[in-house]
Write a new protein. Sequence first.
Lengths: 102, 633
Amino acid sequence: MTPLQHYLILATVLFFIGGWGVLARRNIILIIMCIELMLNAINIALVAFSNYSPHGAGLGEVFVFFVFALAAAEVAIGLAVAIAQYRLREKLGVDELHDMRG
Amino acid sequence: MKAAVVLIPVLPLVSFMVTLLLGKRYFGEKSHYLPVASVAVSWLLCMFLLVQVERGQTLDWNAYSWIAVGGFQVDIGFLVDELAAVMLLVVSTVGLMVHVYSIGYMHGDQGYYRFFAYLNLFMFSMFMLVLANNYLLLYVFWEAVGLCSFLLISFWFPKLSASAAGTKAFLVNRVGDFGFSLGVMLIFITFGTLSYAGVFDSETAVGGGMMTAICLLLFTGAVGKSAQFPLHVWLPDAMEGPTPVSSLIHAATMVNAGVYMVARSSPLFAESETAMLVVAITGGFTAIFAASIGLVQNDIKKVLAYSTVSQLGYMFLALGVGAWAAGMFHLVSHGFFKGLLFLCSGSVIHALSGEQDMRRMGGLKSKTKITYWTFIIGALAISGAPGFAGFFSKDSILAGVFHEGYYLLWAVGIVTAFLTAFYMFRLIFMTFHGEPRTDPEVFAHAHESPPSMTAPLIILAVPSALIGLILGLPPEDGHIDNLLHHVFAGVLPAEGGHGFGAVSALLMALSATIGLGGIFAAWQFYIKRPQLPEMVKARTGAMYYILYNKYWVDEIYAAVIVNPVKWFSGVLWRFVDDAGIDGFVNGAARFFRGVGKALRPTQSGRLQAYLFTMFIGALALLAAWVLLQTGQG
């Protein structure tokens, strides 16, 4: 059986790749995709913990379903915002969208 | 009787409320119907009360328990005795006449309804002041008549001088009222009650010093309200108000409230010789002081105003020497003839389209016959011409002062009597006799006033001429003396009056001569030899200058009190308010604005900068947690 650590390493790597993408990417679409990547990294960790825990059979999966639902909603809203933004400004770079600065 | 007592003040109050609320929209030119009717009914009821009191029926009735806190018990209570009845006679009669007179005088004024409403409010307050049976109620309505006085002096408030005069009257009265309120508090502390009956019949042993303090504080209030030196300065300025107001409030009724209050408190004052002496000296000094100013004033109403101050001084002089009934007698006769004189002066002003300067009058005799003759009656009354009202009342004062042994004050009174006759007839001669010095066009339009104004003159002329005969005969034992004897019985010497002897007759003859002498002197000055006034003016330059400038009392107050207060207020304004309080508030605002400015760059609007910060923060927290865990482990 694959040790738990392998899953966790994979999840961590994925999480940081996503995190790096969120911080470094300028395009909203790509940032949203990177957020998905981070969420999925968490999902992997949850499922792994669930499998390896003596009491947690199925509990991690339940969480994962919640995360799916949340991610779907987030993408739906995020993409809608992105499209609206594009229609309004013809821009999608977050560094160009700073009307809210103090 | 109780119903009458309640209705007397309540009718004008109701009329006041109705007129003030509905007058502008619904009554307009007819605003006077209800006020005049209400005061007329009140007058009838007052006469009814007077008759009842004449029959020996008095009433001390606590109608309603107003404040009852522990030992502090104040009622809305009414006291109808001889003193109150005499006051009601003056207040209601002059009040009714002034109401009628105002129909003509205020005709066409924008604030017609407002004027009558205020007059009604005044009548209500004055009736309550007179009828009150305890000091707190007296104090409340004392302030209420002050308010009415303020409202009516500054009735033509768009005129700056009028609103300033109203403010001045209010502020100067505040000085006196402050003393009065302290006096009322002291009475409560000393006697544990505020009702007249409770205070006067009290068994409490009161030290002489305490009694003097109480009396002097009460007298401070009287000095303010009755315009005695040194608080007389507001009354001449109060002439800015419409003339009916000057007549009703500032001659016949409200200014008498001080005299009434001192007379009412006679059992207290009689306990303190010091206070009595202060009252007498203040009164005597004010009498001659104001009369001397009245000699050289040129504004017809100012002359009458100083005359009022002077006559009120007479009343205090009488009260101060213990001639209580004489003081009240003079109050009554003065109320009638001074009310009349003011209404007459209003009629003159009306005839000359608002002219008040006597140097631009003259020759009005033929134009305004009724005003002229009633004015003559009033002037004879105040000058003490034999037979007229002032003759008996003034004589009984002077006789009282003489018999009590205050010879210096008596001399002051005699000189004042001379001055009074002189300035009154100076006024008459300058106004009605000689060549008209008016603008010819104005003079051509000069006309007698409408009947609504002349009728009150004629009616008031009757008591001015006759009330002395009715109330004052025989001298010093007349009707009014007998009537008021019940009130002042406790404070009069037990052996009764000194009787009317040869000395009294001599005094009477002397005061009559003095009065007629004053009239004769005025005739010499202003009819026979018109160059005389200028000569005297030149000869006594400094004296004339001092009198003309009213002893600079106003200027002294301005320099000693008003300007320092203004200066100090300026300091407080600039340094405490602007710099201190505003500085603190503005400083707080400036502090937060500065902090905000400093922190503004962090709110850059760059999403990823925020995220990065969050990320670093999260890592830092995690690191700290891990370190702590390992440290503990």
